[in-house]
Each structure stands twice: as C-alpha cells, then as structure tokens.
Design a protein around this ligand. Structure first.
Ligand SMILES: [Zn+2]
Length: 281
C-alpha cells in the first residue's frame, strides 16, 4: 500500500486513502485541463469493490459508485460527469454542451462509445478500466481533449489513432502538438496467453512481433500493448517525447489497482474498475 509512482513523468498524489496520478506533461496546462488517473483506494465500496469502484454495471451498489464519483468530483473540482457504455468498440463520441444531457452518468445511457472528444468547458468524462489502457489525448493548442478506453480489442481497432485523426479533421489538431498519456494497465509482464489464434489477431496488424511480443519456451507469450499504442502513434506522426506511458502494471500492483485478470485468478465472478477523469476548464 506504500507504492509511490512519482518520477520524472508522473506525480502520485495521496490524500488520506485517496490516491491518483497526474502526468507532468499535462500538468503544464493545468490552467486549462483537469485530469487524474485514480487508484482503487479512498472510496466507499466494500468487498471486492473496495473501495473506489466506478463500475456501474457490476454488482456493487450504484449508490456507492455515485458516492465514489462525488469523492473525485470534490477532489478535482469537476463539473458534472458524463459517460456512455464502454464496449471495446472504436466508436467515438464528440461530447458538447448540446448533446451532453443525454450522457449524464446517472442516466446510464447504453449507447456504446469508448472514446470521448471534448472541446468545450465544464464537461467532465470518466473512462473506467481494470487492466485495459486508459488514455488521455490532449491538443493544448486548440484545447481539445479525448478520454479513451483501449484494451486489447480497442487496440486492435486502433481507437486511439481514430481519435487523433478525428481531432485533426474536426478541430485542426496537429500531430506535432498532440500529447498522449497512458495510465495504469496490464503491462507486458502480465499480459500473457498461449493461444496462437489470439496472437494472430496482433501479428496480422503488427507483423514485426519481435518488437512487442516475448515468446517463452513453454508456448506462452507476453504482449506489450502500451508499446504497440506508442509505436502506432509515432508512426502516425506524433512526437515520441509527447507520448508518455505510466509503466504501472495493474496486475503487479493489485494492492492499489483494480485488475480484472487478478480477480479472475481468484475465481471472483465480478470485478471493479478504476476511473480516469478529464475536463477542460
Ligand atoms: Zn505485471
């Protein structure tokens, strides 16, 4: 429970039991952008959901999930929080002051979106994850931000590339200016499989597997998803130094992170999720 992830890229904030990280590259714009990747402690949920759980569709009490959201709203001084249904899709929602009322988190809108693009103030969003990659994409020049959910399925669909391209098309965001921060997720140390069919889904898109897959003699292999995302974005034209990985593995750090894989290994039937929040000021 005493991990401290502060380094050159990350500031780890602890307020009692409440803990989250911010990225220093985004903190340079803190007069315009609020963000935080929250760990699992400091909330009110109980049992396997203990305690800062944001998963509304699980068996945790919704009342507690909304209380958890209020804890973060208070901590970051956020306005209302908006959300649709995450579905490992590559659907992107442009959230604005005209359409936002449909997506108030309490309304549990079941339209499927895994990326929110926001160019207006006072619209806060949450991405929930427990091993998948939470990604914040920010264009400080045009003040446009995206909050993105990219697990292995979203990564295969390259939702982060589609989001960057949309920001470019719609808001004129230049690849050179865009900052990308990837929060805690399952890292290569733990993202393991032995299914060749599973592997093929990756190597069909990224044939140079030596770059991001480590094969073990027993047939198991380990995939580095944050690396794949970073490489893809560099290939697209983003600056290497503007893409920052947290390098925090949710499975290895399951004392502070909710991890789907970790809970499945304990034969739990349900799971909890952490929250990544962004809002333009
Ligand atoms: Zn790990």
């Amino acid at each position: 429970m005493n991990s401290n992830f502060t380094n050159d890229n990350i500031t780890h904030i602890k307020k009692g039991n409440l803990e989250y990280i911010t990225f220093n590259i985004l903190n340079k714009y803190k007069d315009k952008l609020i963000h935080g990747f929250f760990f699992k402690n400091g909330g009110v949920s109980k049992g396997i959901y203990s305690s800062l759980n944001f998963r509304i569709l699980g068996n945790d009490s919704k009342k507690n999930v909304f209380k958890n959201i209020d804890i973060v709203k208070k901590e970051l001084n956020l306005s209302k929080v908006y959300k649709a249904m995450q579905a490992h899709s590559d659907n992107i929602l442009i959230l604005d002051n005209n359409n936002k009322s449909k997506y108030e988190i309490e309304k549990l809108n079941n339209e499927e979106y895994d990326s929110y693009v926001i160019a207006e103030k006072d619209i806060s969003t949450i991405i929930t994850t427990a091993d998948c990659n939470p990604i914040i994409i920010y264009d400080p020049v045009n003040n446009v931000v995206a909050n993105v959910h990219s697990g292995w399925k979203g990564t295969i669909k390259q939702i982060y590339i589609k989001t960057v391209k949309l920001m470019n098309r719609k808001y004129g965001s230049k690849y050179n200016d865009i900052i990308v921060c990837i929060g805690p997720s399952i890292n290569k140390c733990c993202f393991c499989s032995s299914s060749l069919e599973f592997k093929k889904q990756f190597t069909d898109i990224w044939p140079n597997e030596n770059e991001y897959i480590t094969n073990k003699e027993n047939g198991e292999f380990y995939i580095d998803l944050p690396y794949v995302i970073k490489k893809d974005l560099i290939r697209l034209g983003l600056k290497k130094e503007n893409i920052i990985l947290s390098e925090i593995c949710t499975v290895c750090n399951n004392d502070v992170c909710f991890s789907y894989r970790f809970l499945k290994k304990q034969n739990e039937l349900d799971y909890a999720t952490m929250g990544t929040f962004v809002e333009l000021k």
